[in-house]
Design a protein around this ligand. Structure first.
Ligand code: ZN
Length: 194
């Protein structure tokens, strides 16, 4: 089932999400719905707060970039780029040796806006997959970027928070418009109550 995506201004996007305590049919259904919703919106990542659920869970799918990633990896498509990934209760360790890089980011909750964000180019994430098996994934490049963006959502952090105060001020009008429901996307958005 495709779910509406909560737009900037929704309080749940600013909450610290709770740990997922246990597996359940409801949780598995939520994971399926999140993957379907991410695909329908042409996103590469979606966090549970973006569908109104304050849980430490996000999905990512880099398969649209499989060819590009295979080239970077010397020909083979990396296993993690072949299917959607499910991250439950993720814990990130930034790779201190990695340089920060500037990459343009967008967010399904903030339609029609893309901004350059500096982040480390590498991160290791420990998490439970949807079978609740412990996993550890060292990520660089595009995957590291998506993981950091989505993990931020679980702490109520948006990519906007990484911008300079000046840049944020320049975006205020646009952001206020989104918060009052004055925004369009080719997927369904759920706006904050006025
Ligand atoms: Zn986002």
């Amino acid at each position: 089932m495709i779910l509406p995506i909560y737009a900037y201004g929704q309080p749940v996007l600013r909450e610290r999400a709770a740990e997922v305590e246990a597996d359940s049919p409801e949780l598995q259904a939520l994971v399926d719905d999140m993957i379907e919703t991410m695909h329908a919106a042409n996103g590469v990542g979606l966090a549970a707060p973006q569908v109104g659920r304050a849980l430490r869970l996000f999905v990512a799918d880099l398969s649209p970039y499989a060819d590009e990633l295979a080239e970077a990896a010397g020909g083979e498509v990396p296993a993690w780029a072949e299917a959607p990934l499910v991250f439950i209760n993720p814990v990130l360790t930034l790779d201190e040796a990695c340089d920060e890089v500037d990459v343009e980011e967008g967010c399904l909750s903030i339609p029609d806006l893309r901004e350059t964000v500096w982040r480390p180019d590498g991160v290791t994430v420990r998490y439970l997959d949807r079978q609740f098996q412990e996993q550890e994934l060292p990520a660089v490049g595009h995957l590291a970027r998506v993981i950091q963006h989505e993990a931020d959502h679980l702490d109520g952090v948006l990519y906007l928070d990484h911008l300079s105060p000046l840049r944020r001020r320049l975006l205020q009008r646009r952001l206020k418009a989104i918060a009052r429901g004055d925004a369009e996307a080719d997927y369904e958005l759920a706006f904050a109550a006025p």
